[in-house]
Design a protein around this ligand. Structure first.
Ligand code: ZN
Length: 134
């Protein structure tokens, strides 16, 4: 894995949390993007080489809505950038990790992504991401 690409944080309201993180980080949100397939609205901040991704649910049945219901606001996942997501998925699967997607899916921020089940990763949801070829 190349680096921590971003850290995902689940929030109740981007309207509240975006200005809060702008103050906290002293840098503006540079992108907001809806991911329809995940029923989530995202907002990104750049911090050096790493990003912060805020996640707000756009529907009550979505993954983020259920996370907020169970755990409340807070850290949701850590995303590692990888060079070849398919090769990395094969490697991790062979190591016994559970992949939540059989094939990479389209995520926010022009990325192919795949998540690992947190039961195998000390309770932390891990995202693999690879910049989508243009
Ligand atoms: Zn993410």
């Amino acid at each position: 894995m190349l680096k921590v690409e971003h850290i995902g944080i689940a929030v109740q309201s981007l309207q509240v949390s975006v200005p809060l993180f702008e103050k906290l980080l002293n840098s503006p949100c540079y992108k907001k993007e809806a991911v329809e397939s995940e029923q989530v609205q995202t907002a990104f901040f750049q911090q050096g080489d790493t990003k912060i991704e805020l996640l707000e649910a756009t529907s009550p049945g979505s993954v983020i809505a259920r996370f907020l219901e169970k755990k409340g606001e807070g850290m949701h996942h850590i995303a590692f950038e990888v060079k070849d997501i398919v090769a990395e998925m094969e490697r991790l699967s062979a190591e016994g990790f559970t992949l939540l997607q059989p094939v990479p899916k389209r995520g926010a921020d022009n990325k192919l992504v795949c998540f690992l089940h947190p039961k195998d990763t000390s309770g932390v949801l891990i995202e693999l991401c690879q910049e989508m070829p243009v």
